[in-house]
Structures are given as structure tokens and as C-alpha cells.
Design a protein around this ligand. Structure first.
Ligand SMILES: Cc1cc2nc3c(=O)[nH]c(=O)nc-3n(C[C@H](O)[C@H](O)[C@H](O)COP(=O)(O)O)c2cc1C
Length: 361
């Protein structure tokens, strides 16, 4: 039987050669939001053929929307120039399609990179004022954010639009809006972080309003032939938080507005979360969203083995699978999976001679 993992998948005018995606991975190697040589190496290695689509790390739409001072951004001409250099490099030497994850960290901004402890920055370390739906900190010891006013909401929406226009100029194939992991858009969705009493808080319809407005604005600014998707956390894994049922409703609303795929992750909104980590632990959520919202889904989280990935897509549980740590561990994951499953993955010209049929006894 032919491998489903290695069949093409179409999103608008974009055809991915296979169903494998390299998941966004923050690198904490940027200066003032700009990319450097590290990004050439990091994204370049994946562009060589690890997957059909490679998505950049969370790329923030403003300086205060960054998670840490070392996070990538797309809010200045310099940011745009440095990311364009990386994309040009990946296009020249690689074979994968390229996506960008646009993000705003909300109340989880102004923190140290995980390798330095991941805690909120102190004033001496250059802390900045964070913003969120409500003035509620992520957890003990975290910044108390400023609740966004009507003007603030307009400003952040415009920042997403400006970043999308920059992404279009750079020539990315796909945008993924980051509405997961406890960052700004997820903070609007969850009743734990959103306790507003205006039209952006309370009912599910109200909590979805701002993320949907941002989606509409980005969709209008992004070329019609190019796919736009969103990453969501399907559950907060906390009693009283955002649920898989609400996620399916949100996905349906996004689909009606022209969303092309939902990348289904979970958690990271509240430190009280209890996540039952196990292989493919987010797969049932992707399956639910796919069935109930009738939209293409990407599943992510502890998908490590080719056969496991094949079963997910051939079983109709998700259309695409994303791998993060597995791709760092083995940047040629897709080539090795193709060998195991009898599929074909693209190779760049200079590496054609390493295909096993050519040299392996
Ligand atoms: C180093 C690292 C950085 C990450 N940065 C991001 C990010 O920028 N945006 C995002 O949505 N998820 C991020 N994640 C989460 C991954 O994309 C992925 O969802 C998670 O690691 C589970 O997949 P895995 O089991 O294949 O690693 C990051 C994960 C790792 C390990």
C-alpha cells in the first residue's frame, strides 16, 4: 500500500509534496527581533528536505509582543531584511515550502529564554509592560499585564496586518497565526485569562471575537492564493479553562472566514495544567476539529515515529503532522521516514548522491 504521509496535500494554490511539517521552534537567537546566521543554519537544515513545509519560530508582531528579548520579530525594516535573507537562502538551497508563525506573547512576554530560567524579566534585565485581555498574571511571580483598551486592540490588530504584509513581501508560502500556548490570542479565548466585561469577554462568541477580528484583518492583507492557518491549544488542561468543544466551534468560525488549516496543540495557558504526555497525545483533538469543523488539521505533540505518523494521516485523524524535537534530533526525518514507508521525499540537487539507492550496498 502506498504511503499517505508521502502523498501531496493542497492548501489553496500551494501544493505540499508530503504531509510532514517542521513545527515552529523558538531559538532565542535574535537581536532586536532580527534573524542572523543561526537562522540560516536552523531553518536551512530543515529546508533541505526534512518536511514538505517548514514553519519559522514564533515571529512577533511588536517588540513588546515578544516572549523574550532574544525572540524573532517582524515589526521593523531591519527584521524584514534579515528574515528575507534567510528565506532567500532556504529557497536557493532547500526544497521545502516555507511558513511563518505570527505571534504576540501577551501576558507571557517580557521573560527570560528557557535556558536562562524562563522567568519574568526584572527591571534590571529590561522588563517591559505587557498587555493582555485582562490584568491577570500568568502565574505567581509574573508581570501583571495591562488590559488592552479599544485603541490597544486596534493597534495590535494593525501590527498583525503589518507583519502579514511584510511576510507577503518576503515571499513566505504560508502564515500560521499563533492562537495557542497561552499567548495573546489564546488569552482572549480562555475564560481563565479573559475576564473582560465588554464585547470581548464572557460568552464564547465574545471571547472568540478578537482572535476572529485579527484573523479577518490578516486574511484581507495576505494574498488570496496563499494559505492562512492558525495554531490553537485545544484545551487548557485546567478545570474551568478553554475546552475541545469550544476549539471545534472556533475552528468552524475560522473556516467560515477563509482559514485553511488548524494546527492543533494544547496547553500552556496556566501553570496549573496537568498534561497527560504520551505519544500522539494531541491527536484526538485534531480528529475532533477535523470532523466537527470540516477543516484540514495538523497534529503535533510527541509524533516521533514514521509508522505512527502514517497511521495518523492514513486513519483520517489529521491531514498533516508536525514534528519539533524529532526534527532537531534528526533534520533528515522525512528522508528516513520515506525509506521506511516506501515514499519519496524531495532532495536538493547537491545531495542527490546521498539517496541510498545510489550508494548503499
Ligand atoms: C525548542 C522549542 C521551541 C518551541 N517554540 C515554539 C514556537 O515558537 N511556537 C509554537 O507554536 N510552538 C513552539 N514549540 C512547541 C513545538 O512546536 C511543538 O508543538 C512541541 O514541541 C510538541 O511537538 P514535539 O513533541 O514534536 O516536540 C517549541 C518547542 C520546542 C522544543
Amino acid at each position: 500500500m502506498a504511503s499517505t504521509l508521502f502523498t501531496p496535500f493542497k492548501l489553496r494554490d500551494l501544493e505540499l509534496p508530503n504531509r510532514i511539517v517542521v513545527s515552529p521552534m523558538c531559538q532565542y537567537m535574535s537581536v532586536d527581533g532580527s534573524a542572523g546566521d543561526w537562522h540560516l543554519m536552523h531553518l536551512g537544515q530543515f529546508a533541505m528536505g526534512a518536511a514538505g513545509l517548514v514553519i519559522t519560530e514564533a515571529t512577533h508582531v511588536s517588540a513588546i509582543g515578544r516572549i523574550s528579548p532574544r525572540c524573532l520579530g517582524l515589526y521593523s525594516d531591519e527584521n524584514e531584511k534579515t528574515i528575507a535573507r534567510v528565506v532567500e537562502f532556504c529557497r536557493k538551497h532547500g526544497v521545502a515550502k516555507l511558513g511563518i508563525q505570527l505571534a504576540h506573547a501577551g501576558r507571557k512576554g517580557s521573560s527570560l529564554p528557557p535556558a536562562q530560567g524562563g522567568k519574568a524579566l526584572t527591571a534590571e534585565q529590561g522588563a517591559w509592560k505587557t498587555v493582555a485581555p485582562s490584568a491577570l498574571p500568568f502565574g505567581p511571580g509574573w508581570h501583571v499585564p495591562e488590559a488592552l483598551t479599544a485603541a490597544g486592540l486596534r493597534e495590535v490588530k494593525q501590527q498583525f496586518v503589518d507583519a502579514a504584509q511584510r511576510a507577503a513581501r518576503i515571499g513566505f508560502d504560508v502564515i500560521e497565526l499563533h492562537a495557542a500556548h497561552g499567548y495573546l490570542l489564546h488569552e482572549f479565548l480562555s475564560p481563565i485569562s479573559n475576564q473582560r466585561t465588554d464585547e470581548y469577554g464572557g460568552s464564547l462568541e465574545n471571547r472568540m471575537r478578537y482572535p476572529l477580528e485579527v484573523f479577518d484583518a490578516v486574511r484581507a492583507a495576505w494574498p488570496k492564493d496563499k494559505p492562512l492557518g492558525a495554531r490553537v491549544s485545544a484545551t487548557d488542561w485546567v478545570e474551568g479553562g478553554w475546552t475541545p468543544e469550544e476549539t471545534a466551534v472556533f475552528a468552524k468560525s475560522l473556516k467560515a472566514r477563509g482559514c485553511d488549516f488548524i494546527d492543533v496543540s494544547s496547553g500552556a495557558l496556566d501553570p496549573r495544567q496537568q498534561i497527560p504526555f504520551a505519544p500522539g497525545y494531541n491527536v484526538p483533538f485534531a480528529e475532533k476539529v477535523k470532523k466537527e469543523a470540516g477543516i484540514a488539521t495538523m497534529s503535533v505533540g510527541m509524533i516521533t515515529r514514521p509508522r505512527q505518523a502514517e497511521d495518523i494521516v492514513s486513519g483520517g485523524k489529521a491531514d498533516l503532522i508536525a514534528i519539533a524535537r524529532g526534527a532537531m534530533d534528526d533534520p533528515r526525518w522525512a528522508w528516513h521516514a520515506a525509506r521506511e514507508l516506501g515514499g519519496e521525499a524531495p532532495y536538493p540537487a547537491n545531495y542527490q548522491r546521498c539517496t541510498p539507492a545510489v550508494w548503499k550496498p
